[in-house]
Write a protein that binds this ligand. Structure first.
Ligand code: FAD
Length: 378
């Protein structure tokens, strides 16, 4: 390409990379521009749970997108492997969900919670069943088993999206920050490219999938779109043999077995924090919570700890759709704590809208205009 693309996608996280991959599959000329390296933002720090039926979503539309998205990963995993040789680490053993006797949960409401879960396709595993399936797991009297939730390695997913995108003819510009959008001098709102540290790139459409960096790019155009950063810390423990097969998913902690003989324990939740240092106290907090379910974890080797910032929004719904004020501009950002899960479904939505020019099927709950307003100074 001579520096003119059909679409420029800004941001090489799971969201931008999945959109770029989906768009080249439709035969579009696409450039993906990333400030650092793919997966260097939230997408490289995530736990990788595809928890469509375990999470609580802020709107039914998001739950629906989560379910649709989750259904795409087994095929996607094969496709990406075929195209790139990268194995995204998809594991389908399912999740175990602890249920506690809390002060506010009497026996009856607990039974109701279990029945509701069973109606959604989950099973009740009593301690005997648990002892056979997961001898290292401790529970009060059992756990719910959800066979439908998979998990994967987010950095590998993101790298595989990017590698597949390049393989299909897409252009990656990494280590290149987008400074501003390029706007037609006369046509007031028309966006027709981006200005990077190294020059200008032209495109008919621009997608901002730049995570928490999205608000800055919009602010430069006189638009305000609010985000809420929520820091999370995780740690990785190496075990001599596999100590765990299923992901343990509770309100306060998750414990995720990864190949080979690794277990990820996460995550803290610290709203408003922008730094990605790991506080020493996070290690204590995570281990205290995790050893309640898997006591043997404390005997494993602590291999690494890391932190990332979840791109949250005030209403906990993502921004997906066109920016009305600037023709040719789209946003796909703010996927908070489920952006890995939602990446495949978001790419389908965005690609459908961009290739057909019709966005009517994007749910209103996701539209950026619900939160976007013009700064008076612009
Ligand atoms: P990012 O991955 O942050 O990507 C945005 C990219 O844009 C970055 O790479 C950045 O460098 C680039 N960028 C920004 N500004 C510019 C610019 N001006 N020019 C060029 N490039 C730019 N989700 C799940 O589904 N399951 C989980 O188990 C899970 N666990 C999580 C645990 C933690 C601790 C954290 C932090 C998140 C977790 N998430 C999980 C959420 C998930 O990580 C995010 O929702 C998702 O990664 C968001 O993807 P993104 O592409 O929008 O953002």
């Amino acid at each position: 390409s001579n520096g003119h693309y059909d679409v420029i996608v800004v941001g090489g996280g799971a969201i931008g990379a999945s959109i770029a991959y989906e768009l080249v599959q439709k035969g579009m000329r696409v450039a993906l521009i990333e400030k650092h390296q793919p997966a260097s933002g939230a997408s490289g720090a995530a736990g990788g749970m595809l928890a469509a039926s375990s999470e609580h979503f802020a709107a039914p539309e998001l739950y629906e997108l989560a379910l649709q998205s989750r259904a795409l990963y087994s095929q996607l995993s094969e496709q990406l492997h075929e195209l790139t040789g990268i194995n995204i680490g998809l594991r389908t053993e399912g999740f175990l969900l602890p249920i506690h006797h809390q002060q506010d949960m009497d026996w009856e409401s607990r039974q109701r919670r279990i029945s509701e879960a069973q109606a959604k396709g989950m099973e009740w595993w009593d301690n005997e069943r648990l002892a056979t399936e997961e001898p290292n797991v401790r529970a009060e009297d059992g756990m719910l088993y959800n066979p439908a939730e998979p998990q994967l390695v987010p950095s590998l997913l993101t790298e595989a999206y990017v590698a597949a995108f390049i393989r299909l003819g897409g252009t990656l510009h990494s280590d290149q920050e987008v400074i501003r959008l390029l706007r037609e001098p006369n046509g007031r709102g028309l966006v027709h490219g981006v200005i990077t540290e190294h020059g200008i790139l032209y495109a008919d459409q621009v997608v901002l999938a730049s995570g928490l960096g999205t608000s800055r790019l919009l602010a430069a155009e006189g638009l305000r779109l609010p985000f809420l950063p929520v820091k999370g810390e995780l740690m990785e423990i190496r075990t001599p043999i596999p100590w765990l097969h299923h992901t343990i998913y509770s309100d306060t902690i998750y414990i995720i077995p990864k190949h080979p003989h690794r277990i990820w324990v996460g995550a803290t939740s610290k709203p408003g924090q922008h730094s990605t240092i790991v506080e020493a106290g996070a290690v204590v907090e995570l281990l205290m919570r995790a050893q309640r379910y898997v006591p043997i974890l404390t005997k494993g080797e602590l291999v690494r700890c890391w932190a990332g910032i979840r791109p949250g929004t005030p209403d906990e719904l993502p921004y997906i759709g066109p920016v009305r004020e600037l023709q040719g501009l789209w946003v796909a950002a703010g996927h908070y704590r489920n952006g890995i899960l939602l990446s495949a479904g978001t790419a389908k939505l965005m690609t459908e809208a961009i290739t057909t020019g019709k966005d009517t099927f994007i749910p209103h709950a996701f539209r950026p205009e619900r939160a976007l307003y013009q700064l008076s100074s612009a």
